[in-house]
Design a protein around this ligand. Structure first.
Ligand code: 9Z3
Length: 376
């Protein structure tokens, strides 16, 4: 496969308009849209804030009858964990995630790190002593005692999320579907105005293959090497900020593997798209360290000073504008100690702090809007 960054391709850049005019929408878009709209309208009526959390990686299929595809790295841990903290903060959550990636609550029992069946007693050997009706163990399956304390609060929160109508899920697989659904969810959430937050943690492919260039059938290996040409995915954050949800509080993530690029790339994204906050994370340190990059005018002023000692805040001057970079770290963790799937041993999770900070920034964003309206 050729390296797209080294390619001499002359393909024109795609505008988002051209993308949506030519690339087909998911077949169930209307259905997904109306269910999400009902969810949002209910929460608007109840005066609740709503957050769209995107999560997991996006694929680029190489064939229409897809046998092979390219994928972006993400287990969906960040998004699933964050959704839980948003729910406990009282938000209604639209969880738009890669099909089969980690989900709120069930993520604690990921099949690879903490298989669900390992929690249960072997029915062949376990005898129920507290239930005479089922001493044979045929009617009940028992959770092993050592797992009960951890499972109980997760199970309660899971059932609460299911029955309270505060969590709405929207799955995607391909990057095309992701872009269509992001636009649709934005449309549906636009009536929330400043009460809507957009937390874009999904790992979105930078490249895609326009549908006219995707072969119908499985690519055959007879011709030797495979060269793939991909076009750049349109930068939808721009229309999202300018047209789709101009009043929303919009947070994007920037993933890098070279730590020196993290802050400059985050600043670049803020300059290009004009949204409120970029959370930068390094691939290998993402579980215990992130950096909040924002325009200094959006950085909660009092907190910047107050947090100076606790959280290092850098001030940056770029092309006549001022930005801040605030590091947020889990105390005393190292990459080896932090579990994939998270939360297994009830340890502190970085998302708890991230979401607390976001809720307070969102609160100020809403207050600014109200103050602005009052002074007009
Ligand atoms: C992230 O940076 C997420 O935090 C991770 C989470 C994907 C690193 P895990 O699922 O990982 O917890 O294992 N997401 C955004 C990545 C991304 O695609 N950003 C684009 C970019 O960096 C901009 S939208 O250019």
């Amino acid at each position: 496969m050729s390296d797209p960054s080294a390619s001499s391709s002359t393909s024109p850049k795609w505008s988002s308009d051209r993308f949506f005019q030519t690339q087909s929408a998911p077949s169930n878009l209307a259905e997904v849209s109306s269910a999400a709209s009902e969810f949002v309208q209910r929460h608007i009526k109840e005066g609740r804030r709503v957050v769209l959390v995107t999560s997991g990686g996006t694929t680029v299929p190489l064939e229409k009858n897809v046998v092979r595809f390219l994928d972006n790295f993400s287990a969906g841990t960040r998004g699933a964990t964050s959704a839980e903290y948003f729910l406990s903060a009282g938000y209604a959550v639209i969880f738009m995630s890669r099909q089969h990636s980690l989900a709120p609550y069930t993520r604690h029992y990921s099949h690879t790190t903490n298989p669900f069946l390992d929690l249960l007693a072997d029915p062949a050997t376990h005898v129920h002593t507290d239930s005479p009706a089922s001493t044979s163990g045929e009617d009940n399956i028992t959770v092993l005692k050592q797992h009960v304390a951890h499972l109980r609060p997760i199970l309660s929160a899971y059932h609460h999320a299911r029955t309270s109508g505060l969590l709405h899920t929207v799955p995607f697989v391909t990057v095309n579907d992701y872009l269509w659904l992001l636009r649709e969810m934005s449309r549906v959430m636009q009536p929330l105005g400043r009460n809507g937050m957009y937390y874009l943690a999904a790992a979105v492919s930078d490249f895609f293959i326009p549908s006219t260039n995707v072969p119908e059938h499985k690519i055959q290996s007879g011709k030797g090497s495979l060269v793939i040409e991909m076009d750049q995915v349109p930068k939808v954050l721009k229309p999202m900020v300018e047209k789709w949800v101009p009043e929303g509080y919009l947070v994007s993530f920037k993933l890098e593997t070279d730590p020196n690029l993290l802050i400059p790339k985050a600043v670049g994204a803020l300059q290009r798209y004009g949204h409120q906050l970029v959370i930068g994370n390094d691939l290998n340190r993402r579980k215990f360290e992130v950096v909040f990059v924002e325009r200094l005018s959006n950085t909660p002023a009092a907190k910047t000073e107050e947090r100076g000692g606790e959280r290092p805040v850098e001030r940056l001057h770029v092309e006549g504008e001022e930005f801040s970079a605030t590091w947020m770290r889990l105390a005393d963790s190292s990459p080896d100690e932090v579990n994939e799937g998270g939360g297994k041993g009830g340890e502190k999770e970085l998302e708890e702090d991230i979401i607390r900070e976001l809720c307070s920034r969102h609160e100020q964003w809403i207050a600014k809007g109200t103050a602005g309206a009052a002074s007009r």
